[in-house]
Design a protein around this ligand. Structure first.
Ligand SMILES: CC(C)(COP(=O)(O)OP(=O)(O)OC[C@H]1O[C@@H](n2cnc3c(N)ncnc32)[C@H](O)[C@@H]1OP(=O)(O)O)[C@@H](O)C(=O)NCCC(=O)NCCS
Length: 178
C-alpha cells in the first residue's frame, strides 16, 4: 500500500484535531504601552495551529510553510486572558490550511473580544524533511463546510504566489536584494 493510500484510510473529521491554548499575558511579553508583542502572538498562533495540524496529519513532524491573512484586530493587554482555537480547514496532498482565531476572555462575564485571526499552512514531513501525504479531512458543520470551500480559494491564490517566488529565486544571486 502506498503512502498516499495509507493516508486516505486515516480520513478524520475537523473536530478530531481541533486545538485550544490559553495564556495569561505577563509584562515580559509586552511593549511599553503594555500591549502584547505582535511576534509573541504570532508564536502562540503558530503553536496552537501546529497542534491541530499534528493531530490531523499523524505525521512524524509538521513544519510551518506560510502564514497569511494575519490580522491583529485589537490590542491584547497585560493581565488579559487570551484563548486561541485552531482547526484544520482543509487538507490537500501534503499540506493543511489551519485557521486560528484568538479572543480575550473577560473572566467575570465570560464575554469574548476578537483580537487576532490567521491562516497557517503546515506541511507534514518525514524524518528527512520530505513532504508526506496527509489524510483527507471531513467537514461536518455548516461553518466547517464554508471554511473548507474558502480554503481552496485561498490555496489557489497562494499557489500563484508560491510559483512566482520559485521563478524569482531561480534568477536571483545570493546577494541581498533589499
Ligand atoms: C514547507 C516545505 C517542506 C515545502 O517543501 P517543497 O520542496 O516546496 O515541497 P513541495 O513543492 O513538494 O510542496 C509540498 C507542499 O507544500 C506546499 N507549500 C510549499 N510552499 C508553500 C507556501 N509558501 N505556502 C503554502 N504552501 C506551501 C505545496 O503547495 C505542497 O502542498 P500539497 O502537497 O498539499 O500540494 C519546505 O519549503 C520547508 O521545509 N520549508 C521550511 C519550513 C520551516 O522550517 N518552517 C519553520 C519556520 S522557519
Amino acid at each position: 500500500m502506498s503512502e498516499q493510500q495509507k493516508a486516505q484510510e486515516l480520513r478524520a473529521t475537523v473536530a478530531e484535531s481541533q486545538a485550544e491554548r490559553s495564556e495569561i499575558i505577563f509584562p515580559g511579553d509586552t511593549n511599553s504601552l503594555g500591549n502584547l508583542f505582535g511576534g509573541k502572538l504570532m508564536q502562540f498562533v503558530d503553536l496552537v495551529g501546529a497542534v491541530a495540524a499534528y493531530r490531523h496529519a499523524r505525521a512524524i513532524l509538521v513544519v510551518t510553510a506560510s502564514m497569511d491573512h494575519l490580522d491583529f484586530v485589537a490590542p491584547v493587554h497585560v493581565g488579559d486572558l487570551l484563548i486561541l482555537k485552531a482547526s484544520v480547514n482543509r487538507a490537500f496532498r501534503t499540506s493543511m490550511e489551519v485557521g486560528v482565531k484568538a479572543m480575550v476572555e473577560d473572566p467575570k462575564t465570560r464575554a469574548l473580544r476578537h483580537v487576532c485571526s490567521a491562516y497557517v499552512t503546515y506541511v507534514a514531513v518525514d524524518q528527512s524533511g520530505q513532504p508526506v501525504p496527509v489524510p483527507p479531512i471531513v467537514p461536518e458543520t455548516e461553518h466547517q463546510k464554508r471554511r473548507y470551500q474558502d480554503a481552496q480559494r485561498r490555496r489557489d491564490g497562494r499557489s500563484d504566489e508560491v510559483a512566482r517566488k520559485r521563478e524569482i529565486r531561480k534568477t536571483l544571486t545570493m546577494d541581498w536584494h533589499i
